[in-house]
Write a protein that binds this ligand. Sequence first.
Ligand code: MG
Length: 316
Amino acid sequence: MQYRFEFRPYRRQFKRTLQTSHGSWDIRLGIILCLTDESARSSWGEIAPLSWFGSETWEQSLDFCSQLPVEITDQTIFSIPANLPACQFGFESARDALTDSNHPTPDTLTYSGLLPAGEVALHQWQILWKQGYRTFKWKIGVAAIQDELKIFHALLQALPASALLRLDANGGLTKQEANEWLRACDRVGVEFLEQPLPVGQFDAMLELSDRYSTQLALDESVATLDQLQASYQQGWRGIFVIKPAIAGSPSRLRQFCREHEIDAVFSSVFETAIGRQAALKLAVELSRHNRAAGFGINHWFNEDDETWLAHLWKDL
Ligand code: MG
């Protein structure tokens, strides 16, 4: 199959700066691409890299798009190298959208509501609960552990019995702190603890997952499909957080998840509606155990996606 290929780079400012353990984030840089087939049908894809999480940089994806000819083929799409995982996702999902006859709507999913770090979480959960969220994610490893443990217990006291709480340390705990958190989690019960230790400490996380009954999830450690496969091969049988937009080829991801029946939680990287739709499609197909998906369906940007995309690409 042959396609006409067009692309537009974008810069999109967040409503407010996003604070992560990797620093401040103000502008989401990405690329929207369009494929038009021989019968003049078009579909869109999104390249939304996150280099500090392990994908290529925006500049690398832009270089890749710029050197491609106007006419590309399936061969072009399926030979995008593994060091450009966000490009693999963008091109392949645009191609899938053209060739798929059925587009399942992602209405079988539930979502987790992201609580702000610190004490604010004690008030914020109620707002999210009223919006229908039943799974909450709270960032830890931000303040002193004793202060966070106090808030944690207050939060569990406050949350209704049917609520689920997951914790995300973003690799910010020491081994000693991770043990302390897991002892506390084992006593009260949480859905899981995400990425307690930094990426380099895989063996220590494997040990922690054996020692405690609380489930552990890897996120930063399994950003791309290659890392996902390596962690599985090294014995990880806990939860995998998958960010489809940076994981790489959707067809290879599908194959891996099905073959190994892994327990996966799907999550966004603040892509637009174009990338999100393709990512949610994978989440619907591949989620097991009814895990809530971590997609920012709150508004992080001033303009809604439709208005913004129409501005970027008039005939979209
Ligand atoms: Mg995480």
